[in-house]
Ligand binder design. Structure first.
Ligand SMILES: *[C@@H]1O[C@H](CO)[C@@H](O)[C@H](O)[C@H]1NC(C)=O
Ligand SMILES: *[C@@H]1O[C@H](CO)[C@@H](O)[C@H](O)[C@H]1NC(C)=O
Ligand SMILES: *[C@@H]1O[C@H](CO)[C@@H](O)[C@H](O)[C@H]1NC(C)=O
Ligand SMILES: *[C@@H]1O[C@H](CO)[C@@H](O)[C@H](O)[C@H]1NC(C)=O
Ligand SMILES: *[C@@H]1O[C@H](CO)[C@@H](O)[C@H](O)[C@H]1NC(C)=O
Length: 695
């Protein structure tokens, strides 16, 4: 069984500088040494998914650059084909050439004669546009081709005309060779073994190896496979959000991950991540950068913005609202509470970005936030004075998809968790108003909750036994957001995790609500065998559109996000620890709350540790297995042909590394994790069982 798990679900192996991760559908190889860092993705078309294609892709953090060879699954004679590409073990190596060209070489095998279309090269964003949306940028295509008897080279000159990338495929076959057909852009690749080489001239980032990333007290983590994988995303320049889609800086991901990883990070790593935030801040107004666009796509954006003179100068976007509120609480936790941050604030804040010190920039960020907080602090009588996402944006917090907030404008996490916790360190007079008054705007008394739950189960074709009418129902739920007119988006959600993580004085009622929300689905968010859902629209009785908007297939629907589970787990731990202080919160004296909280924490711990995806993957969803009457895990691509492909490594999913096993819970299971058995897995399982029987 162990073998099956390793092989078919998340197989992880480590050899020198190479990590292999294989989430359900495809293989990812993470390579890093002192010359280069690269992620190789090899996937095979999945009949259930349009997003998983047969392709060979290499993505580099340097300039967020990459190359993609997409295989054509139709032969020139119209017949289908389904080739299998496999990386040759031990073949990946870095390469450095003249004129600052660096990159990756390696080998793969092809089991049958195949065809690739014109490679997409340059920015990972260009690769994504093509892979996710089929968008081809005519101005970003390889223009140089060099055919030799046994090789084909593609040369792409970046839009800045200074950078270029070469992608070469060569074979040692003696009979059949790769053949490029210029009119169609197709290359015939005969079955066999290929050497590939991808080089380009953008300087590599400076790696933070795992022993520099993790603080010295936690040497036990240096051999931990997840810590090593996390290190692929950490550099002295910045932390990367995830691979292969997001091998670049994202403010929220960096800030939240650093906050949650604080207990295990070294000073050097923490300050690298925080420095990257300052370096990308809007130095005029203190806004924090959401996403940086670098490399070829920066040139593209600058040209689109009619500023070609900027060349490949990074483009920073400031469209998010939540990110602005996350810097100061992180600085406070690090410099005031962590041994690693002790006595380091002065030196850190003296660092400079241009002509300004970090201290000066921080003051701008503080003033920005105080400006946002003032209206409601002055007049808390109306929701309209709460903090809204930006006027021209459908998104503004971590639920960063157009329907993520259910068309709300005033997000719960910002208004109920972030603003008040920010004010704790700056303006306690404002804080009191926010703490006392903001939450009530999000209170919803569910209408006909029992009926609503029953109908919701019916709509999802789930057995009515999952909810018994004699069960109690919550008297109040907390809305996910408020719409422009102040009406609540009636969706139960996991953003209570932000309060648990960032607040010190939550009320007894709040803690009771946390317990309510952590009850089993559909009443609450906890789905046995799968995880804690980020959204549950079951109580929206009046307007059941949200039952579709927040479906299990939606990116921010009724699915699980790893970092949310970990944040909730660590948040509860943090709250329980407050009970040992002299100035403990009131609820600490309520034994039923404390013991229920410990129980909920153990349940969460169990569901997390039973799922091998929980410490690495970004998000997953579920299905209900009628035969076993159990919920089972499904990857997004297994559920929807349109689902966005999930990253195999995601910075904030690794925060689980910093979570402690809660005291008094059953220990981590050592048996095979409970997993959703997909048809493919089942088929392979049968084969393996048959094989075991015979051998
Ligand atoms: C794949 O190859 C077939 C046959 O040569 C061709 O008709 C088709 O356009 C190709 N598909 C793509 C997406 O290039
Ligand atoms: C290579 O990189 C170094 C360091 O950035 C730079 O000084 C040098 O000019 C570069 N050489 C070329 C040929 O671009
Ligand atoms: C890249 O390809 C171009 C055009 O084929 C060639 O002139 C150049 O030498 C190649 N550079 C590297 C580093 O392979
Ligand atoms: C489970 O049973 C329900 C009806 O009881 C049905 O609608 C649903 O499609 C079944 N699910 C699967 C995966 O077969
Ligand atoms: C239900 O909610 C959706 C999404 O917020 C909205 O577009 C629609 O107008 C609402 N319907 C009613 C009847 O309120």
């Amino acid at each position: 069984m162990r073998l099956i798990y390793l092989f078919f679900f998340v197989s992880l192996s480590f050899a020198d500088d190479l990590l292999k991760l294989s989430p359900a559908d495809y293989d990812n190889f993470l390579f890093r040494d002192d010359k280069t860092a690269a992620q190789v993705v090899i996937s095979k078309a999945n009949p259930n998914s349009a997003t998983i294609q047969t392709r060979f892709l290499v993505a580099f953090p340097a300039g967020n650059s990459g190359a993609l060879a997409m295989f054509n699954l139709t032969k020139p004679n119209g017949n289908p084909l389904n080739p299998v590409i496999q990386l040759v073990d031990g073949s990946l190596k870095s390469i450095a050439k003249d004129n600052n060209f660096t990159g990756l070489i390696g080998q793969f095998t092809l089991d049958q004669d195949s065809y690739i279309m014109m490679p997409v090269m340059g920015s990972v964003r260009t690769l994504r546009d093509f892979s996710e949306a089929g968008v081809k940028h005519d101005e970003m295509v390889p223009t140089g081709f060099q055919q030799t008897p046994n090789s084909i080279s593609f040369n792409y000159i970046f839009l800045d005309k200074e950078t270029s990338m070469n992608f070469t495929l060569s074979t040692t076959n003696t009979d059949k060779f790769p053949l490029f057909d210029s009119p169609t852009g197709r290359t015939d690749l005969p079955a066999g073994t290929f050497d590939f080489e991808i080089t380009f001239n953008i300087a590599s980032l400076n790696p933070l190896p795992v022993d520099k990333l993790i603080r010295s007290e936690r040497k036990d983590l240096l051999t931990n496979i997840n810590a090593k994988t996390l290190a692929f995303l950490t550099y002295k320049d910045k932390f990367l959000a995830g691979g292969w889609h997001f091998l670049t800086y994202f403010g929220r991901d960096s800030l939240i991950s650093t906050r949650l990883l604080l207990p295990i990070l070294s000073s050097e790593a923490t300050e690298a991540a925080m420095g990257a935030v300052f370096d990308r801040m809007n130095s005029e107004n203190g806004e924090l950068c959401h996403e940086e666009t670098i490399g070829d796509y920066a040139t593209y954006i600058n040209q689109q913005n009619k500023q070609p003179q900027l060349g490949s100068t990074p483009f920073y976007d400031y469209k998010m609202m939540d990110t602005n509120f996350q810097l100061l609480p992180l600085l406070a936790s690090y410099f005031l509470d962590e041994t690693t941050g002790k006595d380091r604030a002065t030196a850190f804040l003296a660092n400079q970005k241009g002509s300004q010190t970090y201290q000066m920039l921080l003051e701008k960020n503080v003033n920005l936030v105080l400006g946002h907080a003032k209206k409601f602090a002055d007049d808390p009588s109306t929701f309209a004075n709460l903090v809204q996402i930006k006027q021209d944006q459908p998104v503004g917090n971590w639920r960063d998809s157009d329907t993520g907030l259910g068309y709300g404008r005033f997000p719960y996490d910002i208004n109920v968790a972030m603003v008040p916790s920010y004010l704790e360190t700056t303006a306690s007079n404002y804080r009191k108003v926010w703490e006392d008054k903001a939450l009530q705007f999000f209170f919803v008394k569910p209408k006909q909750p029992k009926d609503s739950l029953a109908k919701y189960l019916e709509k999802l074709s789930l057995p009515s036994t999952l909810y018994s009418v004699v069960d109690d129902v919550p008297a109040t739920i907390h809305a996910l957001s408020l719409k422009a007119d102040g009406s609540p988006v009636v969706v139960m959600h996991s953003d209570i995790s932000f309060n648990l993580m960032y607040h010190n004085a939550l009320t007894t009622d709040y803690m009771r609500y946390v317990l309510d929300a952590m009850k089993p689905f559909p009443r609450g968010l906890m789905m046995d065998g799968v995880g804690l859902l980020i959204a549950n629209p079951a109580y929206d009785y009046d307007n059941q559109t949200n039952w579709d908007t927040f479906s299990r297939k939606a990116y921010h629907g009724s699915c699980v996000w790893a970092f949310q589970q970990s944040m909730l787990l660590m948040g509860i731990d943090r709250q329980l620890n407050l009970c040992s202080l002299d100035t403990k919160p009131d609820w600490c004296n309520d034994q039923s709350v404390v013991s229920s909280l410990k129980l909920a924490q153990c349940n969460l711990w169990t569901v997390i540790t039973q799922n091998p995806l929980a410490g690495t993957e970004e998000t997953w969803s579920w299905d209900y297995d009628n035969d076993s009457s159990k919920f089972v895990i499904k990857t997004p691509s297994e559920l929807s042909s349109k689902a966005m492909e999930s990253d195999a490594v995601q910075l904030w999913s690794f925060v689980l590394l910093a979570a402690n096993q809660p005291a008094g819970c059953p220990s981590t299971p050592t048996t095979t994790p409970k997993l959703g058995v997909t048809h493919l897995n089942l088929f392979v399982l049968c084969l393996v069982l048959i094989a075991e029987f015979f051998f």
